[in-house]
Design a protein around this ligand. Structure first.
Ligand SMILES: Nc1nc2c(ncn2[C@@H]2O[C@H](COP(=O)(O)OP(=O)(O)OP(=O)(O)O)[C@@H](O)[C@H]2O)c(=O)[nH]1
Length: 923
């Protein structure tokens, strides 16, 4: 190799001239300018220095033999059909081969003098090492002294080769020359042309111009760190086959031996596979025999599913056991109809129903037509129809209510609730007549308790707030009036623990005061009466107590169980006592809730905020809600993006009885909707959709639910035992009259209940109450206001207006009469005497009769009497006059009677024909 200048060398090794100069300087060489010539000795010195710097001995001429290990793993699959009807078995056969080639140093290549080889390596293969290593790992190389460079290189190579899935063939190369050369060659496969021909054998096992990703370098010899660079795994056995040059280097003898070994191995694989196959076939045969023996008593089934009537013919046929050896999957036609259990939700689409029964939709449509229902494939049918249809088609229907379905879905996200319960704050609603001071009371409490505690907070009306007292916290629902209360109840959300009924002491009990009491009672919630405006001189608390006693709200001091407190929302007098009374009431109620675990509760209100999207105020009832959790609110869901308390302060978590405003829902849920934290987003999504769909159906159903004319059908379905009424009248007198007359219509079977009776127009509260209790609204000389009219229309509440009391009574009476189970009366229409009995193989027993009374009608029920004792009740199968079918045979005529499902008719028996009629009952 000729000497080169520094510049030339820098070009060859492809590193910046400055860097090479620096390295030369570090190596203590004299060359300091680009044009200085570097001798071979100097190059060696530089290499020695670099090796030293990378933590390797300068001399690396170990003459260890070169070892090439080929490992091959072959996985083959044998498909084996098992007994008829069973699915095929797959047997995996894995064969592992390992070959090691040892290349002794006596080979020419190994004998190449070190002195000659090394400079060549610097120029050809080692050269690319430097820029690559230094470029890829500047820090490691930069801090050369501290970190062993080879580790870094291994790291690089490992990173580069990560995508390789699984080692198939491993080639271990321990070259005589500098090991890292080969590692680098692996990385810089593109540089291959630069490799000198005399290094080709070494390089081939390694670079073979294959993409870096297909090569995996790994440490295999833990004892020698240098080998980290020399260890390369090659992933593709095919490619290894191409790498024949390596083998070409092997002695012919070794190669032959290897080939022989390979051949033997291949043979043994084949043999093994064959053996496994034979074993499987034998096992299968055995199984089949066993089955045949078992089924010997029962009629054997043929492949066509028919009974083995053609047994003789079959005798000639080869046994079926021969078939499985062909690895064919057998299809067996069912010999009996398959009865499926078909779950039917409240509404089901025709195509879904067909799918559940594994039949074509056209068949379902056909059956529906037979039932007189014209439906399309995408049309949904109700549960009742579906049940009839499923039975008709020979399957077993299982009715599933939407609640069941929802519970099933919820079960996935809900766990058994056996959490420890701790006392919680009571939830209070304030109700009362207009202008009696509800808002003033709420505001006063809020101002004095909340604002004082949270100085600087911006008070927000989020629908509820919590106040701290010396005896614990109290949560107030900040939606005064019974409208919100009943709206929530209408959704089945009884959140309130205590109701404060505000009565202005200067005004006394007013219609809405009574309403408030009725609502609280309907919800079974304890009442505390706050006699407000006590600061006014005309205040008369005694009058309030007295008036309330008339509607059964008795003060404790009067022997009742209701706490009465005198307060002034203006001056604040008595408000502390009121809160204390609340605490006392709470203690009686022993309110508890689990604090730990997933939160659940009720939506108080929701709105769509321009900037923040859907905002919902939820009241936590159980557990603790945390930011970032996935929640399901009615038919909406989402991850809680942020939470705020009533002061607009962002909070991270909220426990039981705490109202909190949450952001992040997909839409605005309804007040009264239940909310819960779900871990599973998919279930949340599915449930939200299911509820949305259900809402559509229930809207239609609700329109039916409380209709006066629906009452009867609901009664017969066993759903109803009472008729609930909400009555509003123009004057108190007519209210009492109506209430009295309507309640008096109750009887043993039906109870008429007046849920609420009041004076004045029908308002939203009345509609909500009617909705919540499934009541019928009656307006006597009063009308519904605009808001309630909208609600009535939307919810389909049954509203009736009357102006004559008797009309109202009559209509309710009629409806209740309809609810009374009709009376069934029987009437004997004819009697025939059996004179003789003929038996025919086609028709069974035919009784030759003489009609001795009335007439015999073909489709009427009959009884067979023997000596005036009923021995059979059923229907006629046939009625004939001579040879013709007859629909009716009159007295004095002879006829032939066939009794359905009864063949034991004897001469002398009588056949009684009767008729059943339903007689409506009236009150
Ligand atoms: N003197 C006196 N006036 C009061 C008191 N409480 C409320 N008021 C006054 O009564 C009026 C009605 O009070 P609100 O708090 O608006 O009554 P409300 O029951 O919320 O009325 P609606 O919201 O219309 O149902 C207001 O003018 C209050 O200032 C009180 O304790 N003393």
């Amino acid at each position: 190799m000729s000497d080169k200048t520094v510049r030339q060398l820098a070009e060859v090794v492809k590193i910046p001239l400055e860097r090479l100069l620096e390295q030369l300087k570090e190596a203590g060489l004299s060359a300091s300018s680009p044009d200085d010539v570097i001798s071979e000795d100097e190059k060696m010195q530089l290499l020695g220095h670099l090796r030293k710097r990378h933590g390797k001995p300068e001399d690396n001429t170990a003459g260890s033999p070169r070892r090439v290990t080929l490992e091959r793993r072959k996985v083959t699959e044998i498909k084996q059909a098992t007994a008829p009807g069973n699915s095929a078995k797959t047997i995996s056969v894995e064969v592992r081969k390992k070959k090691t080639f040892i290349k002794r140093p006596e080979h020419k290549e190994a004998e190449v003098p070190k002195v000659v080889q090394q400079p060549a390596l610097i120029e050809t293969v080692a050269a690319p090492l430097l820029p690559v290593v230094e470029a890829v790992l500047p820090e490691q190389v930069g801090a050369a002294g501290s970190e062993p460079a080879q580790e870094a290189v291994v790291a690089v190579v490992e990173t580069l080769t990560e995508p390789v899935p699984e080692p198939v063939v491993e080639l271990v190369n321990e070259p005589v020359s500098i090991p890292e050369v080969e590692t680098v060659t692996t990385k810089t496969a593109q540089d291959k042309p630069k490799a000198k021909p005399d290094h080709a054998p070494k390089a081939k096992g390694v670079d073979a111009a294959r993409p870096v990703a297909a090569v995996d370098a790994d440490l295999i010899d833990d004892n020698d760190p240098e080998d980290k660079f020399a260890t390369i795994k090659i992933k593709d056995d095919k490619k290894v086959k191409q790498d024949k040059p390596i083998k070409a280097k092997e002695s012919d003898e070794v190669r032959k031996k290897q080939q022989e070994k390979e051949r033997r191995l291949e043979e043994s694989i084949k043999k093994n596979a064959e053996k496994v196959r034979q074993q499987a076939a034998a096992k299968q045969q055995e199984l089949y025999k066993k089955k045949q023996e078992e089924g010997a008593a029962a009629p054997a089934r043929t492949s066509s599913g028919k009974d083995n009537k053609k047994g003789k013919k079959k005798g000639k046929q080869s046994p079926r056991v021969a078939m499985p050896s062909e690895n064919r999957h057998q299809f067996e036609m069912p010999v009996a109809p398959i009865v499926k259990e078909v779950t039917i939700p409240e509404m089901i689409i025709v195509s879904d129903l067909a799918q559940k029964m594994s039949v074509k939709a056209a068949l379902v449509i056909k059956h529906l037509m037979k039932l007189g229902i014209m439906a399309t494939i995408n049309q949904s049918i109700d549960q009742e129809t579906a049940v009839i249809l499923v039975e008709d088609m020979g399957h077993k229907p299982i009715m599933q209510s939407d609640d069941d379905l929802e519970q099933e879905m919820l079960a996935e996200v809900l766990m058994e609730d056996n959490r420890v319960e701790l006392p919680r704050a009571p939830i209070v609603t304030i109700m009362g007549h207009v202008d009696h001071g509800k808002t003033s009371l709420l505001d006063y409490i809020r101002k004095t308790r909340v604002a004082a505690g949270e100085a600087g907070g911006i008070t927000q009306h989020i629908g509820a707030y919590q106040v701290k007292t010396d005896h614990g916290a109290v949560t107030f629902l900040d939606t005064p009036g019974h409208a919100a209360f009943t709206a929530m109840r209408a959704r089945g959300a009884d959140v309130t623990d205590v109701v404060i009924v505000v009565v202005a002491a200067d005004d006394g009990v007013m219609p809405q005061t009574k309403e408030a009491v009725e609502h609280a009672r309907a919800a079974n919630v304890p009442i505390i009466v706050a006699m407000n405006k006590i600061d006014k001189p005309e205040a008369n608390p005694d009058k309030v107590m007295q008036e309330l006693s008339t509607i059964n709200v008795l003060a404790e001091e009067w022997g009742g169980d209701v706490q009465f407190l005198k307060i002034s929302a203006k001056t604040g007098a008595g408000i502390d006592d009121l809160i204390e009374a609340l605490i006392v009431q709470t203690e009686i109620l022993e309110l508890k809730a689990p604090v730990e675990g997933a939160a659940s509760g009720i939506v108080i209100e929701s709105r769509l905020d321009k900037g923040r999207g859907a905002v919902a105020t939820v009241l936590i009832q159980k557990g603790t809600l945390e930011n970032g959790q996935m929640v399901l609110c009615g038919h909406e869901y989402g991850r809680v993006r942020a939470m705020f308390n009533e002061n607009g302060k962002a909070i991270k978590e909220a426990g039981p009885s705490v109202p909190v405003e949450i952001l992040g829902l997909s839409g605005t849920p309804f007040a009264g909707d239940e909310f819960l934290v779900v871990q599973n987003e998919r279930v949340a999504k599915d449930l939200a959709k299911h509820r949305e769909d259900r809402k559509k159906f229930s809207r239609q159903a609700a329109q039916q639910a409380s209709k006066l004319d629906e009452v009867f059908s609901r009664m017969t379905a066993g759903e109803l035992a009472s008729v609930n009424l909400v009555i509003k009248t123009d004057v108190q007198g007519s209210l009492e009259a109506l209430r009295g007359s309507l309640v008096a219509l109750s009887n043993d079977e039906v109870e008429v209940k007046v849920i609420f009776g009041g004076v004045g127009g029908i308002n939203e509260g009345d509609v909500n109450l009617a909705l919540a209790s499934g009541a019928i609204l009656i307006g006597f000389n009063v009308r519904a206001d605009a808001t309630s009219r909208r609600l009535i229309e939307e919810k389909g509440v049954d509203l009736h207006y009357y102006s004559v009391i008797y009309d109202a009574i009559d209509e309710v009476k009629k409806s209740i009469s309809g609810m009374l189970a009709p009376e069934i009366r029987e009437h004997i229409v004819g009697l025939a005497e059996v004179r003789d009995v003929f038996r025919s193989p086609k028709f069974g027993a035919i009784a030759g009769c003489m009609v001795i009374d009335g007439f015999v009608k073909r489709n009427l029920p009959i009884r067979v009497l023997r000596e005036n004792v009923v021995i059979f009740e059923g229907q006629l199968e046939s009625l004939r006059r001579f040879k013709d079918d007859a629909s009716e045979v009159k007295m004095g005529m002879e006829c032939g009677i066939g009794v359905k499902n009864y063949n034991d008719v004897q001469a002398g028996d009588q056949i009684e024909v009767f008729e059943r009629t339903e007689v409506k009952r009236v009150l």
